[in-house]
Design a protein around this ligand. Structure first.
Ligand SMILES: C[S@@+](CC[C@H](N)C(=O)[O-])C[C@H]1O[C@@H](n2cnc3c(N)ncnc32)[C@H](O)[C@@H]1O
Ligand SMILES: *[C@@H]1O[C@H](CO)[C@@H](O)[C@H](O)[C@H]1NC(C)=O
Length: 298
């Protein structure tokens, strides 16, 4: 893939059969590009204290800690738990389908812990070392103290807690790049990528890997608000949100259907609202599109 991309052929139009073979080369090229771009930019927002605080309250906050008004979109709370529940709703334990789950872009880990209610082997992976360290601390202690921003420099101290009934030792957290996943992960019965694809530098490299990561009969859940942003993804690598050279709109969902279709059946797609608290009075309300894919048999 590296040489093809280097020659300027638009790899959106290349179909995938030799996917697994290309992983090594694709990884190398995307890693190199990404490191260079990261150096230039110096700061990964997901390493900052502000984002850590926003994600801790997003994942573990009690309803009144996130949304203190008696009005507002309550059905947008607990998004990471609803993501895990959607995986579990579609996963059918069956001989040959590994009872293992993989949460890619796990952030501070709530979905991974929820998946550990059912699976005794859950891997959470994130690019942010700070997020992975936080997951490991939650795994060790079951709780973590943090503060949220209310107004300017004024904060409130909170504690994030993993439900006591969850076996935290069933989880394992690693730092890594979703566009260049380790080769030795094995296969999974459930793979979750929640609000990840529009944050990736090379989202096609990620999609190409899904066919061999999800075991036949296994489930892949992708949620995305399809907010394609130049700060995360160069235009030529976008999955959607642009007009092609014939002037036709290309959406993220269209590209998912085209890229995953040869290997997966689309079994469900739903709207999933979520609510991210920034300060006491400023919040993000977003509706992600969740698509559920079942890996075809080989
Ligand atoms: C919008 S957040 C979503 C987090 C979580 N899945 C959720 O739903 O709350 C995107 C996450 O993807 C991670 N991420 C960004 N680029 C990544 C990459 N190349 N590989 C792995 N994780 C990445 C970020 O660090 C962040 O935790
Ligand atoms: C968390 O904060 C509480 C006070 O709110 C304190 O009693 C406790 O020791 C702290 N725990 C850790 C692990 O820092």
């Amino acid at each position: 893939m590296a040489s093809v991309t280097a020659f300027g052929i638009d790899h959106r139009y290349i179909v995938i059969p030799a996917m697994a073979l290309s992983v090594g080369v694709a990884c190398y090229s995307s890693y190199k590009l990404y490191s260079e771009r990261n150096d230039r930019r110096h700061q990964n927002v997901y390493e900052t204290k502000k984002l850590l605080s926003e994600y801790l309250v997003f994942h573990y906050g009690q309803p009144n800690e996130i949304l203190k008004y008696d009005f507002g979109p309550k059905d947008a709370l607990d998004f990471p738990k609803r993501c895990a529940d959607l995986c579990l709703k579609h996963y059918k334990p069956k001989a040959g389908v590994p009872a293992r789950a993989f949460d890619i872009g796990c952030a501070v880990g709530r979905s991974s812990f929820e998946l550990a209610r059912i699976f005794d082997d859950v891997v959470g992976l994130d690019y942010s070392q700070r997020f992975v360290d936080t997951c490991n601390q939650l795994k060790l202690d079951g709780l973590i103290n943090y503060s949220i921003y209310d107004e300017g420099e004024i904060t409130t101290d909170l504690t994030a807690r993993v439900d006591k009934t969850i076996h935290r030792d069933r989880t394992r957290f690693i730092q890594g790049d979703a566009c260049c996943l380790p080769a030795d992960l094995g296969q999974f019965g459930v793979v979750l990528a929640a609000n990840l694809i529009c944050r990736l530098h090379h989202p096609f490299d990620f999609l190409w890997r899904m066919g061999d990561l999800v075991a036949p009969g296994g489930i892949l859940v992708i949620t995305s608000p399809y907010t394609w942003l130049a700060e995360y993804t160069e235009r030529e690598n976008l999955l959607g949100g642009y007009y092609n050279k014939d002037g036709q709109p290309v959406t993220g969902f269209m590209t998912l259907l085209k890229s995953l279709g040869p290997f997966f059946d689309l079994v469900d797609d739903i709207n999933m609202p979520f609510f991210i608290r920034e300060t006491a009075r400023k919040n993000q309300w977003t509706v992600a599109h969740a698509t559920v894919w079942k890996r075809k048999s080989n």
